[in-house]
Design a protein around this ligand. Structure first.
Ligand code: EPZ
Length: 418
């Protein structure tokens, strides 16, 4: 198994172009089966989660692969509607294929995605929305057996703005007669990117980014080329790394508006931040300040996916910062690993209190999940001495080339096998 070695303590300086967004490309790959033809995705990141999605598409009978740097899917040859348990367990977000498979095939069979390292990951909102569109879903011994010979568009009110449930309902609604109106939809930028892709395919969708999304179903679709939006969480990660280590970074290919709660927190911590068209600059000099209380919330609130990396950036800040994790039940698994590096963090339920320490010391730590692993990178860069990070397969799910990116900023970091 590979691991990452960091010699921490140095300043970071340089420029980075941000990768395409993992949480945009995954639902778009699921949506690609709605069209019996070609989808060409530009700016698609090379991630293990993307490879897992490609394997699912091929299992379903689609052709999928990289062509001249673009990810191309041809869903004209789809001939299956099941996702095997092994593939579901590899990536629980595969549940977003459910709505698209039902819309295209009228049947679907996949195992219940189950929980993950962030805690139980229920899909009750997904299933309720699909049933309201007319799908029959049976849950038998961990398997979902679904039929949807005829789906009818209607108003669907989500009891909470779930990202995945919004995406699943949007894709299923593309196969329903008439108009579907999703009320209390998630407003994340990745939903807007999915809408843009669907419209490019010929499915009229509008309202994404607001709480009400309207989808016109069963329209003629055509080949589509789409450029994946930049990954706002990858951007947040590199901003946090420079904030923690000190230095200056210019990010290219970002949308500053997607990061406003993150940049507001880093500015409150004492960083100088300036943004322009597709560019974002951060400069960090001297010791950071604690930033009071950070509450994670659905977009446009502070993103839960940036909680761990901001926490890591504030471990040596002057004062105490309180985090309240309102989205996931168990999203502090990185805390124990950060404490091994000398961090002072106390957790009680959804609340974590970070008291800044004068210095962190390098240690051997292991990734517990994707963003927790990213937090270990941030902490290791600002710690004195050597940090070894194991189980980096978690990081590789969502970051295309973290070692290369950080080396471009002058970090002493390398990946080793064994
Ligand atoms: C998406 O997960 C993202 N994943 C997550 O990013 C992100 O943290 C999350 O949205 C919130 O922004 C992808 O896009 C692939 P939710 P998702 O449905 O769709 C509960 C990362 O690190 N819930 O908005 O699973 C759920 O348990 C990943 O990139 C129900 O109770 O998020 C959670 O507590 C991690 N019932 C909360 O809602 C449901 O039917 C938010 O879940 C669905 C969700």
């Amino acid at each position: 198994m590979s691991h990452i070695i960091i010699q921490g303590g140095g300043r970071l300086e340089g420029a980075l172009t941000i990768q395409g967004a993992k949480n945009s490309v995954l639902p778009i790959l699921a949506a690609s089966i709605l069209h019996p033809g070609r989808t060409t995705l530009l700016g698609c990141p090379h991630l293990s989660d993307v490879e897992a999605s490609i394997r699912i598409l091929r299992h379903l009978g689609c052709r999928a692969g990289w062509e001249n740097g673009a990810l191309v899917v041809d869903a004209s040859t789809i001939d299956r509607w099941d996702i095997p348990d092994s593939m579901m367990r590899e990536m629980r977000s595969s549940v977003v294929f459910l709505g698209a498979i039902l819309a295209r095939m009228g049947w679907a069979e996949l195992s219940h995605p189950g929980g993950c390292e962030l805690g139980p990951r229920p899909i009750d909102l997904h299933l309720t929305a699909l049933r309201q569109l007319g799908a029959q879903l049976r849950e038998e011994s961990g398997c979902l057996r679904c039929t949807a010979q005829h789906m009818e568009g209607r108003e669907i009110v989500l009891s909470m703005p779930s990202v995945g449930a919004t995406e699943n309902a949007m894709l299923a609604a593309c196969g329903a007669e008439g108009e579907t109106v999703l009320v209390n939809a998630a407003r994340e930028p990745e939903i807007v990117d999915l809408q843009s892709y669907l419209c490019g395919m010929g499915c009229p969708v509008r309202g994404a980014g607001s709480s009400t999304v309207c989808i016109q179903g069963r329209r003629r679709t055509h080949d589509v080329t789409h450029t994946i939006m930049p990954d706002r969480i990858a951007a947040a990660t590199y901003l946090a790394a420079v904030a923690a280590s000190g230095g200056e970074v210019e990010l290219h290919g970002v949308r500053c508006g997607h990061l406003s709660t993150v940049t507001a927190a880093l500015h409150a911590a004492g960083c100088h931040i300036a943004g322009g068209e597709g560019r974002l600059m951060l400069r960090s000099e001297g010791r950071l300040r604690a930033v009071g209380t950070v509450r994670t919330a659905p977009y446009p609130g502070f993103p839960t996916d940036a909680q761990a990396v901001l926490m890591a950036a504030l471990l040596r800040a002057q004062g105490a910062t309180v985090f309240v994790e309102n989205i996931f039940e168990n999203r502090y698994r990185h805390v124990d690993e950060l404490c091994r590096m000398g961090a002072d963090i106390s957790v009680a339920g959804r609340v974590a209190v970070i008291t800044g320490v004068d210095a962190l010391c390098g240690a051997r730590v292991r990734c517990t999940d994707l963003r927790g692993g990213a937090a270990l990178l941030v902490a290791g860069l600002s710690a004195q001495g050597e940090t070894r990070i194991d189980d980096i397969f978690h990081i590789q799910r969502g970051y295309e080339d973290p070692v290369g990116d950080l080396r471009a900023l002058g970090a002493e970091v390398r990946m080793e096998d064994g």
